[in-house]
Write a protein that binds this ligand. Structure first.
Ligand code: ARG
Length: 481
């Protein structure tokens, strides 16, 4: 049989007519999957080794193929690889170039493998390489939150439920709430890693390669932790991509919640926080404006990230076993989510660090009513059941509202009339510092508890959940073709 021409599709033998031009363009995925170029070369090199060990390639053939692929990697790294109009996807391009460089021998690399197992293997390797970068970027944001917490001292502000002032909390406690959300996202990235690091190679198109490939050895060579246990599942499984997109969406939701509070807190109505000039924008019309665009975009990215998750889940729904071309729609979603996060996280980290606080505005917002629960707790200490205490304090609040006076202005006579246990000395509970001091149980918003929390956050940051860049995972994002 003749070697097919360099630019013909890989399936040329079966067909009489060339493919319709527009259909060809729709079918092609090179614009997206060229980002897998270096992974594709690495997998092919390891595959050549495995073919040699399985007795398919002689040592000389293996060496020629591995060297040819090395040349291709060099072309990708130096930006000199020439893509051709007939390159349907990255796998086609690499194989076409290999045949140009080493002749018909290059066609032997396709033995026992399909683009179905190849693309899944490349894609997983690529994501394995990105997870450490994502964890690193996430750590930067956590460090910014921790730095804010550490520099906020004894500043307190109202904590909210239903966006109504509820009880005083330390500002450090407020910043750290977001720290722990991101800590869980980082843990999720680490939990995901072993499910990404499962090697499909050897599954071939769907039924497994027809040659005795040592898959464990191949997996080890490529830096995978395990081999897929079922060839049908191996080429169809995109759980790892969907799980990643969930983590990205969850992280996006956390960041959007933080961003929303910063948008609120930097508004003149709140005035709790001040945007740094370097991370704010102005208005083209209103000279006085200072707008929180960066945080508004952060808020919006959650929607975009959730869209990627929804898109992939919907693509996967109802697919018959095993590979279907629908699966080609997996990569744009994951690539876009990674790009969004790696663009967003560093900006957010720097912006959060540079935010300044208006401690007086925060303190002023903590009016006496926010300590109503403390007054109920005081009555509990005098032996009243909490339910009754709650009702008594409710009457106190109502009385103050009726008189149009702060709760702290009520005199002993008025208080005693509401309940005999309400002495003047009960009014000490209206000190926010006292209120915070009562909340030093672990995880509470009291100063000692928060100091311990800061230590716990520091210790958490010293942990890495995603395995670092291993020997086989040195490919930097910057060297992507
Ligand atoms: N470009 C394809 C993808 O991204 C590669 C696999 C093609 N396999 C096939 N049988 N046509 O999924």
């Amino acid at each position: 049989m003749e070697e097919s021409s360099a630019s013909a599709p890989l399936w040329v033998g079966r067909f009489e007519q060339p493919m319709d031009g527009a259909a060809w363009a729709l079918n092609a995925s090179l614009d997206v999957d060229r980002r897998l170029a270096l992974e594709d070369v690495r997998v092919n090199q390891a595959w050549a080794e495995a073919l040699h060990e399985a007795g398919v390639l002689s040592a000389a053939e293996r060496d020629a193929i591995v060297a040819g692929l090395g040349g291709i990697a060099h072309e990708f790294q130096t930006g000199t690889f020439g893509f051709q109009a007939g390159d349907e996807d990255i796998h086609t391009a690499v194989e076409r170039r290999l045949r140009e460089l080493v002749g018909p021998l290059g066609g032997k690399i396709a033995t026992g493998r399909s683009r179905n197992d190849l693309v899944a293997t490349d894609f997983r390797l690529w994501l394995m390489g990105q997870l450490p970068h994502l964890e690193g970027a996430l750590i930067q944001v956590q460090m910014a939150l921790l730095a804010q917490a550490e520099s906020s001292g004894d500043v307190y502000l109202p904590g909210y439920t239903h966006l109504q002032r509820a009880q005083p909390v330390l500002l450090a406690h407020w910043w750290l709430a977001y720290f722990w959300m991101l800590e869980r996202d980082r843990q999720r990235l680490g939990d995901l890693y072993p499910r990404v690091a499962v090697m499909p190679m050897g599954a071939a198109a769907l039924a497994g390669a027809g040659f005795p490939i040592d898959r464990e050895k191949l997996a080890q060579r490529l830096g995978f932790l395990a081999v897929s246990p079922n060839s049908l599942d191996a080429v169809a499984d995109r759980d790892f991509a969907a799980e990643f997109l969930f983590i990205a969406a969850m992280l996006g939701v956390h960041l959007s919640q933080l961003a929303e509070m910063i948008v609120l807190f930097t508004s003149q109505e709140f005035g709790f926080l001040e945007l740094p000039d370097a991370f704010a924008t102005g208005s083209s019309l209103m000279p006085q404006k200072k707008n929180p665009d960066i945080f508004e975009l952060t808020r919006a990215k959650a929607g975009v990230l959730l869209g990627h998750l929804t898109a992939l889940m919907t693509v996967l729904k109802g697919l018959p076993l095993a590979y279907n071309k629908d699966l080609q729609e997996d990569k744009p979603q994951v690539f876009a989510a990674v790009d969004t996060l790696l663009a967003l996280l560093p900006v957010l980290a720097a912006a959060l660090r540079a935010i300044s606080i208006n401690a007086n505005r925060m303190r002023e917002a903590v009016s006496a009513e926010l300590m109503a629960t403390d007054l109920a707790d005081y009555l509990v200490e005098q032996g009243l059941p909490f339910r009754e205490a709650h009702a008594v304090v409710g009457q106190v609040v109502r009385q103050a509202l009726a008189l149009g006076r702060p709760i702290t202005d009520l005199n002993e006579q008025t208080l005693k009339a509401i309940h005999p246990l309400l002495n003047q000395d009960a009014l000490v509970v209206f000190d926010p510092v006292q209120s915070l001091a009562r909340r030093n149980l672990s995880g509470g918003s009291g100063p000692h508890a928060v100091a311990a929390q800061v230590q716990a956050a520091r210790a958490a940051l010293a942990q890495r959940y995603v395995p670092g860049l291993g020997e086989t995972m040195r490919s930097k994002r910057t060297s992507e073709p």
